[in-house]
Design a protein around this ligand. Sequence first.
Ligand SMILES: O=CC(=O)O
Length: 333
Amino acid sequence: MATPNHPGNHDHQSKELPQVLVLEPPPIMKLHGDRFLNDFQLLKAWESPLPLDQFLSIHAQSVKALLTPGRYPLTRNILQLLPSLQLVVTTSAGLNHIDLPEFQRRGIAIASAGDVYSEDVADMAVGFLIDVLRKISAADRYVRKGLWDTKTEFPLGSKLCSKRVGIVGLGSIGQEVAKRLQAFGCRIMYTSRNKKPSVSYPYYSNVLELAADSDVLIICCGLTEQTRHMINKDVMLALGKEGVVINIGRGAIIDEKELVQCLVQRELAGAGLDVFENEPHVPRELLTMDNVVLSPHRAVRTPESLTAMCEHVKGNLEAFFSNKPLLSPVMNI
Ligand SMILES: O=CC(=O)O
């Protein structure tokens, strides 16, 4: 039987389904295709031979919902072409690709990844930290290069238990990181927009003071105008020469030039980085540092998290089109 969105559909059948505009396929579609959205009529901008503005103008009056991956910039210009838009479902936890003030002005709702990725991202943050401290990636390179059998001694790593870990942003991801590292015997403290009444970890309103009292900073917050370059040279110097920075948030939360400088000048002991200021560009200096662990913005992605995200996206769209509360509305835009 022909299914909606597949060749062989009858037009009248597709038109009865709620329309969802997709400007660029999110990673979940790359893994799972789009059959999980069979109850919707997907308007796939990237498959159209028309320029984007022409494609959008055809659907401008009817499109109420848009599905988008994290990296696609949803600017005021795009929104102007979509006067009927009421909902954006983004498959990302981060929202820095969205012009939030314009969404607020227009009253467009946003459904985000919510906490679907939080456990996987937290696992990755802990993985980075253990790797940097115990030099796992560096040890792997040492063995593969055949250096074990030589006079080049592999350096000692450093203990995780009892490290003072400063978490920057105690949202869903930050709380998963805290839970894991507490089990490893670390001392957790945090900074966040507001003190969280539900946790007993020491709260710092000031990131500089948090850094001064921490051995490790783990960046778990979103990128906003307030957090851009929040981790600057002063913060890194406060963290100190034995300090480690882990970033699973967004690259631009750290001043990357200053990070590189601190690492080159040994003002920091190491870093674990999943995200960069200008992806996929990675500063050349980092590529040769054994005390730095790198990954290509993959912390959120596991087959399990992407499968869960399919259900989550579907759930948010179904809720919207049946006038029910969204599963993961973004509040306080
Ligand atoms: O980085 C990935 C995301 O924000 O989901």
